[in-house]
Design a protein around this ligand. Structure first.
Ligand SMILES: Cc1cc2nc3c(=O)[nH]c(=O)nc-3n(C[C@H](O)[C@H](O)[C@H](O)COP(=O)(O)OP(=O)(O)OC[C@H]3O[C@@H](n4cnc5c(N)ncnc54)[C@H](O)[C@@H]3O)c2cc1C
Length: 452
């Protein structure tokens, strides 16, 4: 028998576990999927926006995998922490596949990021998604009239949409009650989503972008002068040569180029060619706005500063300029790329494949691609593991790893515990007159999981 630990129950971990048990080359593989959280599914539960129910429903197919009798879910088990080192884990299993994601946000690196009211989009997403690490976050939304979101990817679009969306449309989602309440009391009327580069260079997908224009009670606008700065905007030949997504994005943005605000209660402005320079604050330490330098295309796909500045009022600033991996104690880490060095999924230590250690998902290739991209990524890794399986399986293991985890003081949440959390979330929703509602804190989750 080959006993494998998969660390992380997000898409890449679940796809790795599925590939391991469904393949036929190496019979008798058993997989434990460990996660530091009591709840499975990684960013599908704690990142994908609550109003994107179709994508959220992918949890159903991840669930089917985790219910396979050859797979055990062990939540509330942190690897690389005080109680369980990477070395100890490798003693307990023939192989370990690290699928721990890339959950840290990048800073802008400009003055004022410490001001009250400046947050990462990661923190905001975690808060409205009910991530237990974000339970103590405070977003003073009643005091906000204008918000700035810095970034031009789908996460920037997500947080812009959630800020502008009415709570009547969010109430049917599983958003935690405190977040829903705070958004219901929000004073936000204007959201500026600001990009350093041009409209044809946005990293958002067209479906997500277009959705902004469908929000009830929300005007969306772009500045025709900023669109026109983009060299491909007025050049049909250059526009035709763009990738299809960029071409479609440009058409959507063109449709929003207008004379100015309409009369909707909320307005989203999509701004381009503005480089963050400084976050401005008042004497009370709260953010009051953001200073940008206007940029211009430099002729080779980049932008250059023009020395012209623009200030945008804001009582809330969310930065969404990319994710990065976090080093896991005991695993090698490439701090330049924010990933674990690997060759076809085999973890490299000092340039050589480390016996029995593998990596998949965002921590392997960086924070790119959609959920489905993690499937071929996990398959490549598992294929390497299976090639090594003959040598790996020769080692005798000390017994059931669950006993060793408990002996180390860990209290794993097993699948019935997770089902109990789900049932408690359904009960909570019923008591609030809503569908299932997430429990947003550690105590609540572990309490709902029952005796561990
Ligand atoms: C805000 C946001 C919204 C997104 N929306 C979409 C979308 O709508 N559609 C789409 O296709 N893609 C979306 N994505 C991308 C998608 O979520 C990722 O491609 C995918 O989740 C990456 O999978 P992963 O398994 O590598 O990492 P993750 O999903 O992050 O899973 C990593 C898991 O590892 C666990 N873990 C971390 N450290 C440890 C440790 N030390 N010990 C034990 N466990 C640990 C974590 O708790 C987590 O459960 C979104 C991403 C973000 C950030």
């Amino acid at each position: 028998m080959l006993r494998v630990a998969v660390v992380g129950s997000g898409p890449s971990g679940v796809y790795a576990a599925q590939t391991l048990v469904q393949q036929r080359e190496v019979p008798g593989v058993r997989v434990d999927v460990l996660d530091r959280l009591p709840a499975p599914y990684g960013l599908v539960r704690y990142g994908v926006a609550p109003d994107h129910e179709k994508i959220k429903s992918l949890q159903g197919s991840l669930r089917t995998v985790l219910e396979d009798e050859r797979i055990r879910f062990l939540g509330n088990v942190e690897v690389g922490g005080e109680r369980l080192s990477t070395g100890r884990l490798l003693e307990l299993y023939h192989a370990v596949v690290y699928c721990v994601g890339a959950a840290r946000d990048r800073m802008l690196g400009i003055p004022g990021e410490e001001l009250i009211g400046v947050h990462s989009a990661t923190a905001f997403v975690s808060w409205y998604s009910g991530h237990p690490d974000a339970a103590a976050e405070v977003f003073d939304l009643p005091g906000v009239d204008s918000a700035v979101v810095v970034g031009a990817g789908n996460v920037a679009v997500d947080v812009t949409r959630i800020l502008a969306r009415g709570t009547a449309e969010l109430a049917p989602t599983d958003m935690p009650q405190p977040a829903l309440g705070a958004l219901a009391d929000s004073g936000v009327r204007r959201v500026a989503m600001v990009a350093r580069r041009g409209p044809s260079q946005g990293r958002f997908t067209t479906k997500e972008l277009r959705e902004l224009g469908t929000l009830p009670g929300v005007d969306v606008g772009t500045d025709p002068a900023e669109l026109a700065l983009d060299p491909v905007y007025a050049d049909p030949v250059a526009a035709a040569a763009l990738p299809a997504v960029a071409r479609r994005n440009l058409e959507v943005l063109r449709g929003w180029a207008g004379p100015g605000p309409g009369d909707a209660p909320r307005r989203i402005a999509l701004r381009f060619y503005l480089r963050p320079m400084e976050i401005l604050g008042g004497p009370d330490g709260r953010v009051t706005g953001m200073r940008f330098e206007r940029t211009a295309p430099d002729g080779s796909g980049g932008v250059t500063g023009t020395g012209v500045h623009e200030d945008i009022d804001a009582q809330l600033v969310l930065r969404s300029v990319g994710y990065r991996g976090v080093p896991l104690a005991g695993l090698p880490f490439d701090s330049g790329r924010g990933t674990v060095p690997h060759a076809a999924g085999r973890v490299l230590r000092a340039g050589r494949a480390s016996v029995g250690e593998y990596v998949a998902g965002w921590i392997k290739r960086g924070p790119t691609g959609v959920i489905g991209t993690n499937r071929p990524c996990a398959k490549e890794t598992v294929s390497s593991l299976l090639q090594d399986a003959g040598a790996l399986a020769r080692r005798d293991l000390p017994g059931d790893p669950l006993d060793a985890l408990r002996a180390a003081g860990l209290r794993p949440v097993r699948w019935p515990g997770w089902l109990a959390i789900e049932a408690a979330e359904a009960d909570l929703g019923r008591s609030l007159g809503r569908r299932s509602v997430k429990i947003p804190d550690w105590q609540g989750l572990l309490g709902a999981a029952g005796p561990l």
